[in-house]
Design a protein around this ligand. Sequence first.
Ligand SMILES: NC(=O)c1ccc[n+]([C@@H]2O[C@H](COP(=O)([O-])OP(=O)(O)OC[C@H]3O[C@@H](n4cnc5c(N)ncnc54)[C@H](O)[C@@H]3O)[C@@H](O)[C@H]2O)c1
Length: 297
Amino acid sequence: MSVTQPTPLPHAGRYAGCSAIVTGAGSGVGAALSRALVGAGAHVVLADLDEQAATRVAGTLTAGPGTARAARLDVTDAAAVATLVHEVAAEHGRLDLLFNNAGITFGGETEDLSLEQWNAIIDVNLRGVVHGVHAAYPLMVRQGSAGGRGGHIVNTASMGGLMAAGLITSYVATKHAVVGLSLALRSEAAAKGVGVTAICPSAVETPLLEKGELGRFHGRDYYLKGQGVRRALDPDLLADRALAAVAADRPLLVTPLQARLAWRLGRLSPALVARSSVGFVARQRRLQAARAARSDS
Ligand SMILES: NC(=O)c1ccc[n+]([C@@H]2O[C@H](COP(=O)([O-])OP(=O)(O)OC[C@H]3O[C@@H](n4cnc5c(N)ncnc54)[C@H](O)[C@@H]3O)[C@@H](O)[C@H]2O)c1
């Protein structure tokens, strides 16, 4: 097994000795967040439905300076989330950081989405975050009332949480909810010493780009080619930016620059974005149809 030597970050002092839980840590963004946190000296529990994957990632993080251990966790199970939160708080005397990161996606025409799939995406992407907040936020408020920093909740949303993109409608619905939850909670939590940050990247190079494809939907065509993006964001770069955003107590991390510009433009002219989103879906459908025709021939 290869041992990754994490690169120390400029804001590493913020995280040294902190206790943290990262959900969905067996892959992609969660694995990268865990690497960055351990590299910055935090004690991290890598929680994932896929325990083997979390164990594999934790096994690459033995070089420290922080520590890593894996735990099986289904974020749709509120009791299991609460048990892990309280277990980690008891182990370290407090819980400093909770990264509600686990997520799933479905791409394709909304009429092809079953009610089970609607419920599944709401359960993981929204209820999973709610379960984390419900378990950790009161604990962090208590930690804050004892003086000093209460803690920080970091929710992985998406650009899909800030802008509406058709053909991933169920995903967009859950991520808008996560952004709303994060910003509203942040306004309550500030006076109680608890920080809240939502991470909103566009396409990140992880296995998610190829998951949940319904019908002729092809994730890479949709997230990259169809949006004029040459390369998806490196998850380790995203994790470094996320830790910097949390260290600076920023409400939102919108990255990379292209995503930030699109978001700003959308805020300046919502009517223009609403009109162009119809053309966006039409272009995406043509792209998907062309791919299907190529693979049929
Ligand atoms: N990859 C992207 O382009 C992208 C862009 C924006 C936001 N995001 C968000 O980043 C987060 C992480 O996604 P990723 O790209 O790393 O995907 P990924 O598929 O690589 O990893 C997701 C991880 O979550 C775990 N998971 C799924 N359901 C779970 C559950 N019920 N309980 C616990 N763990 C569960 C999976 O086992 C997997 O290890 C998600 O919230 C996703 O929506 C991803």
